[in-house]
Design a protein around this ligand. Structure first.
Ligand code: PEP
Ligand code: MG
Length: 569
């Protein structure tokens, strides 16, 4: 039997299932022992929770990393929130036992977080549920299943993998992790990727379908799980597993190497990030800079606009983490599929074609100036920050943004605050309009970065998030490839650097084309850095040129894709 979920952490895990069932946290038999006594029980439990969680956070920090440990310290902060605690105290005042107070308040928060559209906010629901069950376990004195005792070769199956559960895992005993909930960017996914354990998340009814002791193969890249596999499937996946591990070991040698092709030509290999914490992961994975910091994430996980000071801190932190290496920060790219409720943007019939990104920002100079000022100030220390505008379609947009930037400089000058006087201003080329006038745009900006995710969507007229038209969404279409080629050429002719930060930059099949056309910089997710560096290493310029020429002579997307697939073998 084959089960399908979300492949959240690459690798092949083969082993036997161990299902982690929920503990019995029924507190109906607890007798209310008076306001004061219950308040005391609550405070002691919070103390114990904080002590245990800090110890776990410390363990994770040393075993995995600072970023991952912050998931647990975040739980301490959540439970320390005076408002949350006062809500619990009020319930105790009203005659409820400490267990009921914790259960109801956490339940309310979990429901609230689970109901929002934003994925990052929804993850908080998992954190609050984790807090609730661990607080109840402390209050009731029940001990949970000790995951540190799992036998070797265990495939852990759980409804949700909570951060606290992940901490106890002995990596060497766990073959894979399967859950019923959680997405690729959920906290549990971040943790399992950091532990380098294969994981398939969001498998419907996994806890019913898989029984303790079942023989299981999990493919964390494809997101598939094979229950009771036959001998032939087992042999097949043992080989895939060996290949995967061998490949990973081979890639490790590229960590501290330069990004050069087989002829020694250099390329810049940068990372795409969404937060200062991700900058650390990027630096650790061997990125030579940041090619795209999606700042909208700073605006998303909250209820009001981040202040100039907060933004300044975030940008400065990334600049410092990258220690002098280039950091390209994209200004707020909201709208489309990225909603920020408190900005009060109007609901639109066609949000991807609507009042979004640079269009919205230029109409909200009050808000935009806060970001531009923060960027100018953060750029003063390392001189390594560059500003990038999203969704540009016209020269006027660059001019307006530049004029606003000049106003901000004048203000900072008058206030006597340090700022980067020559901060470079570049644009994402991600609309057909920008691609077609790339030569004109290149005259008035300092660099280009090609956003193939949107460029493909708009060139093909295919919604990038609509599964029904998924097969039409392809960067291999000659229209998209010609567009990319002409954007790079326009940048070369104008003498400005050109990078690519869409997903296509990490596609091994496109590397020979991008190299041939003269792309200067590839910006990919941190997990794709080493593979991209290795792929670039393999190509000689003349071989890549022949492949590019042949590919561009083909007339269909399928033809190009098939050809490139065979060409990289
Ligand atoms: C793109 O459009 O290619 C891009 C990198 O930006 P985003 O995915 O954030 O739209
Ligand atoms: Mg985009």
């Amino acid at each position: 039997m084959i089960l399908r979920g979300i492949g959240a952490s690459e690798g092949i895990g083969i082993g036997s299932a161990v299902c982690v069932r929920e503990q019995n946290l029924d507190y109906s038999a607890v007798v209310y022992s008076g306001t004061e006594a219950e308040q005391d029980r609550l405070q002691q439990a919070i103390q114990q929770f904080n002590d245990k969680t800090s110890a776990m956070a410390e363990h994770i920090r040393t075993q995995v990393g600072q970023k991952e440990s912050e998931i647990l310290t975040g739980q301490i902060m959540m439970l320390s929130d005076p408002f949350m605690q006062s809500q619990m105290s009020e319930l105790i005042q009203a005659g409820q036992c400490a267990e009921a107070a914790v259960d109801q308040v956490c339940g309310m928060y979990a429901e609230m977080f689970a109901g929002v559209e934003d994925e990052l906010m929804r993850q908080r629901a998992t954190d609050v549920r984790d807090i609730r069950s661990r607080m109840l376990a402390i209050l009731l004195g029940v001990s949970g299943m000790d995951v540190s005792e799992l036998p070797a070769g265990s495939v852990l199956v759980a409804h949700d993998l909570t951060p606290s559960m992940t901490v106890g895992l002995k990596k060497e005993n766990v073959a894979a992790i399967l859950t019923e909930v959680g997405g690729r960017t959920s906290h549990s996914a971040i943790l399992v990727r950091a532990l380098e354990l294969p994981a398939v998340l969001s498998i419907p009814n996994a806890m019913e379908q898989v029984k303790d002791g079942d023989s299981v193969i999990a493919d964390g890249g494809e997101g598939t799980v094979y229950l009771h596999p036959d001998q032939a499937t087992l042999a097949d996946f043992r080989k895939k597993q060996a290949d995967f591990l061998a490949q990973k070991a081979l890639l490790a040698v590229y960590r501290d190497r330069e990004t050069v092709d087989a002829d020694g030509n250099r390329y810049a290999l940068y990372a795409n990030i969404g937060s200062p914490a991700e900058a650390k992961a990027a630096a650790e994975s061997g990125a030579e800079g940041v090619g795209l910091f999606r700042t909208e994430f700073l605006f998303m996980d909250r209820t009001s606009v981040p202040s100039e000071e907060e933004q300044y801190e975030a940008y400065l932190s990334v600049s410092r983490t990258m220690a002098g290496k280039e950091v390209i920060i994209r200004t707020l790219d909201v709208g489309g599929d990225k909603a920020v409720d408190y900005l009060g943007m109007e609901k639109e019939e066609n949000p991807f074609l609507g009042h979004r990104a640079i269009r919205y920002c230029l109409d909200r100079p009050d808000l935009y100036k806060v970001q531009l000022r923060a960027l100018l100030r953060a750029g003063a220390e390392g001189n390594n920050i560059k500003i990038m505008l999203p969704l540009v379609t016209s020269l006027e947009e660059i001019r307006s943004a530049r004029s606003l930037l000049e106003t901000c400089k004048a203000e900072l000058e008058a206030e006597g605050l340090p700022y980067h006087k020559e901060i470079p201003l570049g644009i994402m080329v991600e609309t057909p309009a920008a691609a077609l006038i790339a030569d004109l745009l290149a005259q008035e900006c300092d660099f280009f970065s090609i956003g193939t995710n949107d460029l493909t969507q708009y060139t093909m007229a295919v919604d990038r998030g609509n599964a029904q038209v998924e097969q039409l969404y392809t960067t291999f279409h000659p229209a998209v490839l010609r567009s990319i080629c002409s954007i790079i050429t326009a940048a070369k002719n104008a003498g400005i650097p050109v990078g690519m930060c869409g997903e296509a930059a990490a596609d091994p099949r496109l590397i020979p084309l991008l190299m041939t056309w003269g792309l200067d910089e590839f910006s990919v997710s941190s997990s794709a850095i080493l593979a991209t560096r290795a792929n670039i290493h393999h190509w000689r310029a003349d071989a890549a040129g022949q492949v590019a020429q042949k590919a561009m002579g083909l007339s269909t997307a399928a033809g190009v894709e098939d050809y490139l697939h065979s060409a990289i073998q």
